[in-house]
Design a protein around this ligand. Structure first.
Ligand SMILES: [Zn+2]
Length: 437
């Protein structure tokens, strides 16, 4: 009897091992198999088509399902033949690209690892459909909106855009059981009011303004909880919950209302990590979700990791802070020390960043992703325009230097000790001490 129990326990263990790939194994799988080779923000429609060609050559089912305003093809990929239908779409906002690359790598992995037991289980239990880059015109221009200037995610009811009509049609005809709405949030979104960036935020999306808790939502909370546990070791403390305000014209809210409860994933940024790294985190999270549904392990999972997630915060983070410098002496008056905060606009990875001065003054309480102690230095904005909104181009001079501050050719006549330009130290790196946290 005892032997029987032990051997059946072993059998359970073996089957768990077959089904349950660890997050680290998923990370290794992405490292060794990912076919995306550009930073997601540099992926244009032509690059997507090249990725999809590669997927087709690997045997992935890819079909054109519609066209954008500019007649760019919109595609849907499919994997598996199981009864549980999961639908994902990415980049309905053109400048929110990370998950598009993650989806490509997921389908590539599925297709090239069909015989791996846990992939087999997914193929047997689930049918997964995904639309990568729903807004190819916006992706081409790197704008949120489509070519008509409409935010597709506010067009779920009016259906004034071809992209929104397509998305609704794909849902209505197929009636998926779970939806994944894949976006990017601002790089400076924080976890609560901490100095930590929210690299990934989740939301289990309500289907009504009264925030009714449906069975589908409870299931999704369990699934998200499994995703949180899987990615937490890679980005500890950098996961948050997205705001749950009901938006009557948004797709996530309406998918949930129409009967496809939605999980929203918003990828942010993480200083020192590439966009592709966060695509890998998306890969780990989504693979974990598929697996937990396919093995039904989500059914017994706790919702606590989701329920206790800190919320998204804003207003506490900037990209750079330079603290404690002074303006050059003027009329014999020596102004007090002050701080400057600098923020970066959302740009493609291959573009030069555009940095602007966000705040000037005493900035205690504000956190920079990078901070410098510039005490002992005078600062001159390169175009003599040190005010909020100006480009963050700074010349630093030690305060013991003798300089004619009115010189027209200041920068050539009096070589600065350090120059910060376009987010880099182009001279004197290290002379202004970086603050280590
Ligand atoms: Zn978005």
């Amino acid at each position: 009897m005892r032997k029987a129990i032990v051997s059946s326990l072993i059998a359970i263990f073996v089957s768990l091992n077959i089904a349950a790939q660890t997050p680290q194994e998923l990370a290794d799988a992405w490292d060794s198999t990912h076919i995306t080779n550009k930073e997601p923000s540099d992926v244009r429609h032509a690059d997507l088509k090249a990725y999809l060609e590669k997927l087709r050559s690997q045997g992935v089912r890819v079909e054109e399902v519609g066209r954008s305003n500019a007649q760019r093809e919109i595609y849907q990929m499919e994997f598996g033949s199981g009864p549980i239908k999961i639908f994902l779409w990415s980049q309905m906002h053109g400048d929110e690209p990370t998950a598009t690359s993650a989806l490509i790598d997921i389908f590539s992995f599925f297709s090239t690892h069909k015989d791996t037991p846990w992939v087999k289980t997914i193929a047997e239990k689930l049918t997964i459909r995904a639309v990568p880059m729903l807004n190819p015109d916006g992706a081409e221009l790197y704008t949120r909106r489509n070519l008509q200037g409409i935010d597709i995610n506010r067009d779920a009811l009016a259906l004034a855009t071809p992209e929104a009509r397509l998305l609704k049609q794909l849902r209505d005809r197929w009636q998926p059981h779970i939806g994944f709405n894949l976006h990017n949030q601002q790089a400076l979104t924080a976890v609560d009011h901490t100095a930590k960036q929210a690299a990934i935020s989740f939301l289990v999306v309500y289907g009504d303004a009264r925030k009714t808790e449906t069975n589908g939502m409870i299931m999704n909370k369990r699934i998200v909880s499994e995703m949180i546990k899987a990615i937490e070791p890679f980005i500890p403390g950098h996961i948050a919950r997205y705001g749950d305000e009901w938006t009557p014209t948004a797709f996530g809210d309406n998918f949930s209302a129409w009967g496809t409860p939605v999980i929203l994933i918003e990828t942010g940024a993480l200083v020192g990590k590439s966009e592709l790294y966060l695509a890998k985190i998306n890969f780990i999270a989504m693979m974990t979700a598929f697996s937990s549904v396919a093995t039904a392990s989500q059914a017994s999972a706790s919702t606590q990791p989701y329920d206790t997630l800190p919320h998204n915060g804003s207003g506490t983070l900037v990209n750079y802070i330079f603290r404690g410098m002074q303006l050059p002496p003027n009329d014999g008056r020596r102004p007090a020390a002050f701080d400057v905060a600098v923020t970066a606009a959302r740009r493609r990875a291959s573009f030069l960043p555009w940095l602007r001065i966000a705040r000037v003054g005493n900035l205690n309480g504000l956190h920079g992703l990078e901070e410098y102690d510039a005490s002992g230095f005078y600062v001159v904005q390169r175009f003599r325009n040190l005010k909020v909104g100006s480009t963050a181009e700074f010349l630093f001079y030690r305060t013991d230097r003798v300089v004619d501050w009115d010189a027209e050719d200041l920068e050539t006549r009096y070589e600065p000790d350090a120059i910060f330009s376009a987010g880099k130290w182009i001279k004197g790196e290290g002379r202004i001490a970086k603050v280590l946290f």
